[in-house]
Design a protein around this ligand. Sequence first.
Ligand code: NAP
Length: 435
Amino acid sequence: MDPNRPIGVGLLGLGVVGSGVALALQQRRNALSKAVGAPVQLVRALVRDPHKPRRPNLSHSVLTTDPTQVLEVPGIDIVVELIGGEQPAGEYVRRALVQGKHVVTANKDLISQQGSELLDLADEKRLGLRFEGAVGGGIPIIGSLTEDLLGNDISSIHAIINGTTNFILSSMADEGMDAKEALSRAQQLGYAEADPAKDVSGLDAAYKLSILASLAFHTKVDPGQVFRQGIDGLSARDFRYARELGYAIKLLAIAKAQRNGVEVRVHPALIPEGHILAKVGGVFNAVEVAGEPVGRAFFHGLGAGADPTTSAVLGDLVHVGRMLATGGRPLRRVPDDADFYVKAMSDVETRYYFRLNVPDRAGVLSQITRVLGDLDISIASIIQKDADAAAGTAEIVITTHPAREAAVQRSLALLDGLDVVKVVNNMIRLEELPV
Ligand SMILES: NC(=O)c1ccc[n+]([C@@H]2O[C@H](COP(=O)([O-])OP(=O)(O)OC[C@H]3O[C@@H](n4cnc5c(N)ncnc54)[C@H](OP(=O)(O)O)[C@@H]3O)[C@@H](O)[C@H]2O)c1
């Protein structure tokens, strides 16, 4: 590029994050130019509605509704995609790369589903495609996995990567709220969308986990391969009993490599209260990476919002800008062809918590323990809780040693059929993390 002209940036989208980035390009112009080693200038920004009031208030020569004015004009070196969703964002990112422009995006939907192909295209064109903002907002986890931790063999990732659900679960744990109340408070505070389905069902976390697992294990994990269970089955009682047993409950995203199989799952999990992930409250996100030789590395910060995500996008912009300013080329990515298969959930082994409603009489426990014993599910603890004298029932809370998911699913069906079990109220997986 011509060393006498500034590095040109084209924004696709000027919403929550796009506006944050546009504002930072104005307000932090000097600091960014210094970091890059050349002036950085916002050349154009694509929006749907050019008449919407916006902050910053950009001139009409910058705002456009025509994607070609960003994707195919000279003077724009880096396209920053902040539209979201798979289309038309995917088509625009492809066009930008074909036109020889570097790309920065924060789009988890796009990267989790088309990242591998887009990274191949970027490699073929010798261009940068960076996506720090796609997982964990301001937490620098993508750069850590793709650069700083590359010398490691990563064995596991345990993460809280959805702020909405972490806020809901924190409210249930700390204030005894039920799920509905906690969700409506999250919505009032702007931490949950009017339609929270993607968050509450674990889908958003599954997208993000597939990105992290693909990078950590140099393989291709499709979001559809991630086992997923949302938070809607949890009740205030589970939090109370878990606490009495020394555990917190979190929506955990877990990726583990064992021999040549990877486990990828998102579900509520009991984790030891003494573990650092149990302390991650409210809308915060956190990721713990275990590997050799690093041991355990922990990342914590705000996982969404204009400012934290802007920070991630700016980091990517500066990275590409520095490369352009020094006439360098982006490094090729590590191939994602490692020989891993994604384990079926039925083959996963972990610990479990059961909460059962039973008649408050003798002989109940022996029948329950026989069902579990016959399936090789070994009991770690069993306690009777909250007897209801009027109804003549009690709750039993059981935790198990590691057992196979297939056996546990079979046991749930058998327990449900026992005369001495009125109802299996809940089963939650228990992740035994070192404290
Ligand atoms: N918000 C966060 O906290 C956060 C955190 C991490 C990552 N992200 C990711 O960042 C990306 C942007 O999120 P956001 O929250 O900033 O979204 P947003 O507030 O909904 O903004 C989207 C922007 O894209 C524009 N747009 C949408 N469809 C378009 C189309 N077909 N053609 C042209 N422009 C179009 C909109 O234009 P108008 O303004 O004219 O409607 C708007 O400016 C997403 O991939 C999201 O997953 C967001």
